[in-house]
Unconditional design. Structure first.
Length: 522
């Protein structure tokens, strides 16, 4: 089932096979959650719906789920709330993918030299990206998040350009047009990452969808691509573009994107290349609670195999300026109760992911602070620029957020535990990633030990620049990879042992593979 536009959709007949109906009871699911028993998909559906046997969300049952999640949060991570000082550096809005939940993109033909009209989009050169990052680093930022549109002129490196130029009708076959066709050349992915590698800043970039774009038209696998990107400066990969990992939903909201297995393959490739990742869910559009539960199971299964997901990030659909809303396919996004339950069930279901993030960009400050008592323990970051959520119509996303807007004035967060939790997080900020290297934690009056010093090397032997945060920031300390229990052993620990120098180049890998293939043919 592939549809080209929101106008083609009948909101009353999306033809979904998966519906939120189970043979489980809410009471049994809640008892399992309280006992710490690993939950099933049916359990998750019962908790997300507060009982699939009755319409609507039962307030009393919802509070019971939130309480169980808050207690689990306290057991797993304690009372610290983490955040990061970061910049969101989007390189380009040029994109032809056509996702129906997105208003970030501008169709790529508008960026071509022979296009007569204007547009509201942008493309940054590598030099412009470097200038933006350098300015942010001077203000105390130590992480850069970069997620961009799939510009047809984007290629992994010069070798990739050569391969793509060799296609007949490359625009149709592999979504490629050479850089000279455009007013602004975005450079290659390697060029952009190299440019953003300023003073040891942590680079968090290259979603599975972008990684697919960086290997299109080749036989390169995801591990090879992510290894090349890591050599250029990439430190970790965002698990965005997950949306809902159920293909009947993806066929509706993003038919031009990779499928669920493609997202999983890309994440496994990033981890095999030695990178930590995050995982996300974007919910509250055409999806239902069964879809959300299946998504959680696929993330948990991936983590069981790899151990490389540092945090899970629920992202509530912002609808106001999206094709899904404008064409009447949806009438809005998730309710407050759905948002709280998704955070809570994520904490209860994902027993192998330590950190659950809340998004003040999606929820706003007040609701995001409340979700810290629903199972979340991470409060995103101080992103200095945000375009994706703002373009979708959110009033909570600010493009001028600054580290100076974070204050040390305590704010109480209502807790369902015996003691009240207090956080020193306040003010405006934006966007994401859990306890990666350099993440900061706000101390609470719990007697919990502070983490290692700012100069401690991470798993790759690199050190983060000295802390330069303003004196009025919350009492906090950076996290290093070595401080994360999930990275101490198992698959993630094995990944961390791989140094950049041990990674083969794409040319060498492909040459070795070609030699093996030719030998087999002989």
């Amino acid at each position: 089932m592939t549809r080209s536009s929101a106008a083609d959709l009948d909101p009353d007949d999306l033809g979904f096979e998966h519906v939120p109906e189970t043979d489980q009871s809410f009471e049994n699911a809640l008892a399992k959650a309280r006992d710490g028993t690993r939950l099933t998909v049916d359990d998750a559906v019962e908790l997300l719906t507060t009982g699939s046997d009755a319409p609507g969300i039962d307030r009393r049952r919802k509070e019971a789920v939130l309480e169980a999640a808050d207690r689990r949060r306290a057991e797993v991570v304690g009372d610290e709330v983490t955040f990061v000082a970061n910049l969101n550096n989007n390189v380009t809005t040029a994109c032809n993918t056509g996702c129906l939940f997105c208003n970030f993109k501008d169709t790529a033909h508008q960026f071509e030299t022979d296009h007569g009209g204007g547009h509201a989009g942008f493309t940054k050169t590598p030099a412009e990206s470097r200038e933006a990052v350098a300015g942010a680093v001077e203000r105390g930022v130590y992480e850069v998040t970069s997620v961009s549109g799939l510009h047809p002129a984007f290629a992994l490196n010069d070798e990739h350009h050569e391969i793509l130029r060799g296609y007949d009708d490359a625009a149709s076959a592999v979504n490629y047009k050479p850089p000279e066709r455009y007013v602004t050349d975005p450079g290659t992915y390697v060029d952009q990452l190299d440019a953003m590698s300023v003073d040891g800043v942590h680079l968090h970039s290259m979603t599975p969808e972008e990684a697919y774009h960086a290997r299109r038209g080749t036989d390169w696998n995801y591990e090879e691509v992510y290894s090349e990107l890591a050599d250029a400066g990439l430190d970790s990969a965002p698990g965005t573009a997950a949306e809902i990992l159920v293909d009947e939903v993806r066929d509706v909201i993003c038919p031009g994107k990779i499928d669920s297995q493609g997202w999983i393959d890309a994440m496994e490739g990033a981890m095999a290349a030695g990178l930590d990742t995050t995982a996300t869910i974007m919910y509250g559009h055409v999806d239902n609670e069964m879809h959300r539960a299946i998504h959680l199971q696929r993330v948990r299964d991936l983590q069981d195999r790899t151990g490389g997901i540092t945090e899970f990030v629920p992202l509530s659909f912002v609808h106001e300026r999206t094709p899904l809303y404008e064409h009447g396919v949806v009438s809005g996004g998730a309710s407050d109760a759905e948002d709280e339950l998704l955070i809570a069930v994520s904490r209860l279901f994902l027993d192998n992911v330590e950190n659950i993030q809340t998004s003040w960009v999606k929820y706003g400050d007040e609701k995001a602070l409340k979700t810290l008592s629903c199972g979340a323990n991470d409060f995103m970051g101080t992103i200095l620029s945000e375009e994706i959520t703002k373009r979708a119509g959110a009033r909570t996303a600010s493009s001028e957020a600054s580290t100076t807007t974070w204050t040390s004035s305590p704010r109480s967060v209502g807790s369902r535990s015996n003691a009240r939790r207090t956080t020193a997080i306040a003010g405006e900020s934006t966007r994401t990633r859990g306890r990666r290297s350099g993440r900061r934690s706000v101390r609470r009056p719990t007697g919990r030990r502070c983490c290692p010093s700012a100069s401690a090397p991470d798993a790759r032997g690199r050190t983060r620049p000295p802390t330069t945060e303003p004196a009025h920031w919350p009492t906090a300390c950076p996290r290093s990879h070595a401080d994360q229990p999930a990275h101490a052993a198992g698959p993630a620990g094995a990944r961390a042992e791989r140094s950049r120098s041990s990674r083969p180049s794409l040319s060498r890998v492909r040459s070795d593979r070609t030699q093996r293939r030719d030998a087999n043919r002989g």
